[in-house]
Design a protein around this ligand. Structure first.
Ligand code: PRP
Length: 205
């Protein structure tokens, strides 16, 4: 029997959605005892549970041949991948947010923005010709305007409840963030038949 295909999945809320969706396609796996390497019931896949932002590194090095992650993660990576599929679940928006009621005076004056997504933020505002100073954080970005580290944040907004709970509001929706199935290019060329069969199976109707 062929070696299972290797797939990196992000820990966190997207993981549950992928797990549920794969189950509807008959690819069933579960994670017990904080394991980080798991196989599906039929041993088609060897799945690695990685931190969201590390996922491109694992796929780029070919440790995982395939991966599923959002555009937010891909935007921070310099690596090139094949994008094989886009899902309709797990979509979020990258937004500029600040304290409720606050608005940037004008988008031509310099913005100070705290974010986990410096590359996305730099590229986005550069394209619009808006000067931006970036304060890089690794999480709990909503604290920055509350505590006065930076007046604005660029962050993912899904339900909006984290912003609301911290007295913040969306100033501008910058981009839709979609979930993609990606492949290491060499791995795809090597195992394209099996990968194409898998992609047909994990396609949405
Ligand atoms: C993401 C994002 C926001 C939150 C938005 O963070 O960075 O903080 O989710 O979701 P909501 O609009 O549904 O409230 P995550 O949960 O990944 O945690 P982190 O801040 O520790 O990275």
């Amino acid at each position: 029997m062929a070696e299972p295909l290797t797939l990196a999945l992000p820990k966190g809320r997207l993981f549950d959605q992928i797990q549920d969706f794969f189950a509807t396609k008959g690819i069933v796996f579960s994670v017990e005892d904080r394991k980080l390497v798991v196989s599906d019931r039929d041993d088609i896949l060897r799945i690695f549970l990685v931190k969201n932002s590390d996922l491109p590194t694992y796929v780029n090095h070919g440790i995982a041949g395939l991966g599923i992650c959002g555009d937010d993660v891909l935007a921070e990576s310099e690596c090139q991948f094949f994008r094989l599929l886009t899902y309709s679940f797990g979509n979020t928006s990258m937004c500029l947010a600040g304290k409720e009621g606050s608005r940037p005076v004008a988008l031509d004056s310099k913005l100070t923005v705290a974010t986990k997504f410096p590359e996305f933020t730099r590229r986005h505002f550069n394209k619009r010709g808006v000067p931006v100073e970036i304060v890089k954080l690794n999480g709990s970005v909503e604290l920055a305007p509350v505590l006065g580290l930076a007046p604005y944040i660029v962050d993912l907004v899904e339900t909006g409840s984290t912003l609301k709970a911290n007295g913040l509001a969306v100033i501008e929706r910058l981009e839709d963030i979609k979930v993609r199935v990606i492949a290491n290019r060499a791995y795809y060329k090597l195992r394209y038949r099996e990968i194409n069969a898998l992609i047909d199976r994990i396609r949405e109707e």
